[in-house]
Design a protein around this ligand. Structure first.
Ligand code: SAM
Length: 269
């Protein structure tokens, strides 16, 4: 949060738990309130791995951004960005390259409002309030047009968001449209929740999300691979999040399957 920003954003309902703020709390962030923390603790009691899954996913996001910058990427389009705290794309990218440009996209009002406050004074970073399933709205948004040069390689981030996009939403067409704007040398970064390989844990996860009224779609390794639509997936392929360029500091390093999330990065030839 910048020093001159207002926290919480005017009009924020701090008494109703919010999914992006619960995720922020799981990451150890400061953009959450008592109601979010109480809901989060209840969730973690039912599913104790949840904060580890969130942190492992965010750690993958950070490693993938570092990798993209190391490959010369200076601009990122981050679909389903959430609240950009705790080492999100613009923090990592601009640490490595102060000229990096980032466009965040989210359609959840709390995430969008908090993002606006956090990036209010940050140059070359913007938020588009749009449903990422509407690729035209995202691609033609003024913020996207101002900051992204589609003639140059782009880091397209779809991290922990595609589990909200059903096959019936036309996910194959949505992916194809986004891929159609990627210049050679671009990278597509995906992480995607899948079934926990432990049936007893998977049953708990399903129940927790059903009761929260927040259905999510699991995809298996082949289905996640298919999302890349034939792009060259870089080594080590579609793996558990802690296995992508592993880092011993990842909380799930020793038991990557507990992430219940696949991750991969592809390069556009
Ligand atoms: C689990 S968070 C992931 C945040 C960040 N990408 C990360 O991995 O740390 C998922 C985010 O996707 C957003 N989201 C879900 N469906 C979306 C959609 N159709 N369009 C835009 N954002 C969406 C949610 O509001 C939420 O902020």
């Amino acid at each position: 949060m910048s020093e001159s920003s207002t926290w919480p954003p005017p009009g924020t309902d701090i008494d109703t738990p919010s999914a992006p703020r619960i995720y922020d709390y799981a990451l150890g962030g400061a953009h959450n309130f008592a109601a979010d923390r109480a809901a989060a603790e209840a969730f973690f009691t039912a599913y104790p791995d949840a904060p580890l899954v969130a942190r492992s996913n965010r750690a993958f996001l950070q490693r993938s951004v570092r990798y993209c910058v190391s490959q010369g990427i200076t601009q990122f389009l981050d679909l389903g960005s959430g609240i950009p705290t705790v080492g999100n794309v613009h923090e990592i990218a601009t640490q490595l390259n102060p000229d990096a440009r980032v466009v965040y996209v989210d359609n959840e009002p709390v995430a969008v409002a908090h993002t606006r406050e956090i990036i209010a004074d940050v140059p070359n970073v913007a938020i588009v309030d749009a449903d990422m399933r509407d690729a035209e709205a995202v691609l033609h948004a003024p913020e996207t047009q101002r900051l992204i040069d589609f003639s140059q390689p782009l880091g397209l981030m779809m991290v922990a968001v595609l589990h909200y996009v059903a096959n019936d939403d036309g996910i194959a067409d949505i992916m194809a449209r986004y891929k159609s704007v990627l210049a050679p040398g671009s990278f597509l970064v995906i992480s995607h929740t899948t079934e926990d390989p432990r049936p007893e844990i998977e049953a708990v996860i399903k129940k927790v999300f059903e009761e929260a009224g927040a259905p999510i779609i699991h995809r298996d390794r082949d289905e996640v691979t298919a999302l890349f639509g034939g792009l060259e997936i870089l080594e080590p392929g579609v793996v558990w999040t802690p296995e992508w360029q592993p880092d011993e500091s990842d909380a799930l390093h020793a038991e990557p399957f507990r992430s219940a999330t696949f991750a991969a990065v592809a390069r556009v030839p």
